[in-house]
Design a protein around this ligand. Sequence first.
Ligand code: ADP
Length: 403
Amino acid sequence: MILVLNSGSSSLKFQLFSMDTLQSLASGIIEQIGEKSSHTRLQFTDSDGKSQEITHTQPIPEHKAAIATMSELLKQNNLLVHLDKLSGIGHRVVHGGEAFHHSVLIDKHVMEGISDLSPLAPLHNPANLAGIEVAMAQAPNTPQVAVFDTAFHQTIPVHSFLYALPFTLYEKEKVRRYGFHGTSHSYVAKAAARFLGRPFTSLKTITLHLGNGASAAAIHNGSCQDTSMGMTPLEGLVMGTRSGDLDPAILFYLARETGMTLNELDELLNKKSGLKGICGDNDMRTITERIKQGDKQAALALEIFCYRLKKYIGSYLAVLGGADCIVFTGGIGEHSSLVRQKSCAGLKDLGIVLDPEKNELRSGEARAIHLQQSKVQVLVIPTNEELEIAAQTLKLISSTSTS
Ligand code: ADP
C-alpha cells in the first residue's frame, strides 16, 4: 500500500492507496492541530463495500501526535498495522524552488533542501517537513517520496519566469515566478490527453485550477510554458481571499496614506481580498446563491473573477499560439457552470464555443462541454492531487527497486 501525506500548518490530510491499482482504500483529515481540540475524520470502505465515516475530537498538539492518531485509526480499522508495512509514502511539499524539478526519494539531503527553501514558503515547507520527519522516524526503511507543487512549472522558460526587476534579485534572493498547484495542473493535463486519445506531448493545453486558491497554466508538448501564480501563490487570478494581480504601487500608497504595516498589507492581500474583499463571501456556492437573490455586490465579485480568468485564457492562447483544449478543474472549475460560461463567453472568434446544455450537466466524471464547431475542446476534469502523488511515489519506488 501507498500512503499519501499532506502535512499543513494546522492540518494533516492522508489517503491510503492499494499498490497494484492505486485504488483509494481510506482517506482522512485531522484539522485544528495545535488548537484546544482537533477534529479528526476518517473515511473508508469496509470489506463489504460499505462506506464508513469515523469522526472524533481530541487535542492534538503537533504533527507527531497527528501521525500517531492517524496510525492508530488505520490500525483499529484493520487498514494498516504500522507505517513500516507500507510499500511507500508520498509527501506533498509546496516549495521545491529551483532545486527540485521532479519528485525525489527523500534522504537527509532532500530534507535539508526542503528546509533551505522555507523562507520562500514559510507557512508551508516547515509543516511539510514536520510530517516528513515524523514519518521518516517511524518508518525509516520505507521508501518516502517528496512531490513538489512547484516542480511541474520548472520547465517555464526564463523570459516567462523572470520579473522585470534588477537581475541580481534573482541571482541573490531567488526572486522569480515559481508557480504552484503543479501536481493538479500536471494531473488534469495528462487526464485531458487520455480523454482526447492524444499523446500528452502533442497537445497545447490551458489548465484552469479554480479552488479557494486559483491558477492557470499554459502547457505545450507536455511541458509547462507559463503559469499565473508567481514567487508566491498571491499573483494571477482573483481567488477566494487573495487579490491576484494588482499594481504593486498600491502597497506604497496604502502604507503612506493609512500607515498600514507590512503584516497588515500581507493580511489584506492574502486574507481579506479576492471574492471576499469585493462581496464579503469567498465561497462560490454562497456567491451564486446571493446572485440568484439579486445581490449586486456578489454579481460584481463574480464578474471581476470571470473577467480576470478570461484575460488569462486570452493571454495563454497567445503564449501557445492557439490551444487544443482548455481544462476546468478544482471546486469552482468542476462545479460552477456559471463561471465556465462567463469566462468563455464571447470567445467564438478565438475558437471557443461552449455547449450550454453540456455545461449545465452535473457529473463527477471527466467530460467535454463544447459544441462540435468549437476549435478548442473545453473539458471539465476532476482533479486528484493525492492520486497523482501516489502515482509518482509508485513510479519512483518501482524504478529504484528495479535499477
Ligand atoms: P481548495 O482549493 O481549498 O482545495 P476546492 O478545490 O474544494 O478548494 O474549491 C473550493 C471552492 O469550490 C469554493 O469556492 C466552493 O464554493 C466551490 N464550489 C464547490 N462546489 C461548488 C458548486 N457546486 N458550485 C459552485 N462552487 C462550488
